[in-house]
Design a protein around this ligand. Structure first.
Ligand SMILES: Cc1cc2nc3c(=O)[nH]c(=O)nc-3n(C[C@H](O)[C@H](O)[C@H](O)COP(=O)(O)OP(=O)(O)OC[C@H]3O[C@@H](n4cnc5c(N)ncnc54)[C@H](O)[C@@H]3O)c2cc1C
Length: 441
């Protein structure tokens, strides 16, 4: 089939049974992915199948916190680099290949078919979101000092925003950690918690209050672990497997940060968090879809070989309904993720699109693990499959980077502001309709 674009519609020419051409006009909305993206997807899928999946069943592959052991990770990262599958999300000049967000949605899903996948390709949280943010907002000097070593996997990074009560959590306006300007530096006092990766990280991005201005009161400060004036109070025990470096509680008591290590200038902290968290929430969803599909894969394999009461599980309508429902809900999640990715790619903030994707995918991940455990019976509750790992991990998805309720509150705010416009169609820019008027009115 030929496809080309003739203006407001794409035309496709097919050859009919009589040998003549037929033209079909199709709307410009399309769900095709570029050939290059498909090529990355298949290479990632092959790598995951061949190099990573077999390791999941071996206890020796794990560190003490349920993640991939660091020496093994280093070997696999070397192989991913050699295969040209490293930091694909970053621009070529930063060390990646410049995947768009839509491309990333395709690739990240393929990476997370394995619980170990994303970190092997340097596409796991929190480094993934920190790198993209530094790439977008850092000065050339900041990128050289703070970003390059993360891209090269010489160091890890952490993003420190959330605080224990009565500080800022869901509501960033409650942030209490203070960075007071003294001459050419800021002096930081305060407390943070649940900071992913802090025990292994060297580069930190800290959100602190530099004034009481409601919109411009926060700033993002960069610091190195070896700078004095801060410490890790504890690594917080959690119910799920942990990222390398855990989730830590930090205390700041006189950390000094030079003015040149403020990201995007004093007072830009809220903007920095939007730039960091919008795409980072979405990349979580991209990865979680891969995990949700893996749950279905494990459930289908078992249902296809296990029988009882004279029938294969896969032939029972009750099982078919569970799996069919999950397949549909995963696809809804993929569509929401793709729409948000598309909106980010065209320069929007995708606030409501990201919120919808985050709620949908976090919940479907949780339910996919739950249903897959149910279908696997006792085996599902054991450590013989990765289902229990995914189940424990999945519970955090409905809390991190905005709890479900907060995202629903955001959606309702858009509904109040936009009314029926909440569901508006985006009309192609620069195209004209039959009256001669352009799009996007
Ligand atoms: C595994 C894990 C990793 C994390 N990693 C990081 C990290 O690297 N860096 C970092 O800064 N933070 C991190 N966090 C913190 C995370 O982002 C926060 O937990 C999250 O933003 C919610 O904040 P909170 O825990 O203070 O909840 P709170 O703000 O105390 O809210 C508690 C609950 O109240 C309800 N609620 C809150 N607001 C509303 C509302 N408006 N309407 C209705 N209900 C509401 C929700 O159910 C919510 O779950 C991590 C957390 C976890 C669990």
């Amino acid at each position: 089939m030929l496809a080309f674009n003739d203006g407001s519609y794409s035309s496709r020419a097919t050859i009919g049974a009589d040998g003549g051409f037929r033209f079909i006009f199709v709307s410009a909305v399309n769900f095709e992915i570029p050939v290059r993206t498909e090529s990355f997807r298949t290479r990632i899928a092959d790598f995951v199948e061949r190099e990573i999946l077999p390791l999941e069943a071996d206890k020796a592959s794990y560190d003490g916190h349920g993640n991939i052991a660091l020496p093994l990770l280093e070997t696999l990262r070397g192989k991913a680099k050699a295969a040209g599958l490293w930091c694909l999300q970053l621009k070529p000049e930063t060390g990646g290949v410049g995947l768009s967000k839509v491309d990333m949605a395709v690739c990240y899903e393929a990476m997370n078919r394995s619980i170990f996948g994303p970190v092997v390709f340097n596409s796991a949280a929190p480094d993934d979101g920190n790198m993209m943010m530094l790439e977008r907002l850092g000065t050339p000097e900041q990128k050289q000092r703070w970003l390059k070593p993360i891209v090269e996997a010489k160091v890890r990074s952490a993003f420190a925003m959330t605080e224990p009560h009565p500080g800022g959590g869901s509501d960033p306006s409650m942030i209490m950690t203070r960075a007071e300007r003294r001459g050419d530096r800021y002096v930081v006092k305060g407390r943070k918690w649940f900071i992913t990766g802090a025990q292994e990280a060297s580069h930190f991005i800290l959100i602190a209050r530099t004034s009481d201005d409601p919109r411009h009161g926060l700033s993002a400060l960069l610091f190195h672990k070896d700078q004095p004036g801060w410490r890790i109070l504890r690594r917080i025990g959690i119910m799920g497997p942990e990222e390398h470096g855990g989730h830590c509680e930090l205390e700041f008591d006189g950390l000094e940060v030079p003015v040149e290590d403020v990201l995007a200038g004093e007072g830009s902290g809220l903007m920095v968090t939007q730039v960091r968290l919008g795409p980072a929430r979405l990349t979580h969803c991209m990865r979680w879809l891969g995990l949700a599909k893996r749950c279905i894969e494990i459930a289908r394999t078992y249902a296809a070989e296990r029988s009882g009461f004279g029938q294969l599980l896969a032939d029972r309508e009750s099982i078919q309904l569970m799996l069919g429902d999950l397949a549909m809900r995963i696809e809804i999640g993929r569509l929401l993720v793709m729409k948000a990715a598309w909106e980010l790619d065209r320069g929007g903030f995708a606030r409501k699109e990201v919120s919808m994707a985050k709620i949908q995918v976090a919940n479907v991940l949780h339910d996919a693990a739950d249903v897959a455990i149910q279908i696997n019976g006792a085996r599902g509750y054991s450590k013989d499959t990765v289902l229990e790992w995914i189940y424990r991990y999945a519970r955090q998805a409905r809390l991190v980077d905005g709890a479900d309720e907060v995202h629903k509150m955001v959606l309702n705010r858009f509904l109040n502001e936009e009314g029926a416009g909440f569901w508006r169609w985006h009309v192609e820019a620069g195209r004209q309709d039959e009256t001669g008027r352009g799009g996007n009115r």
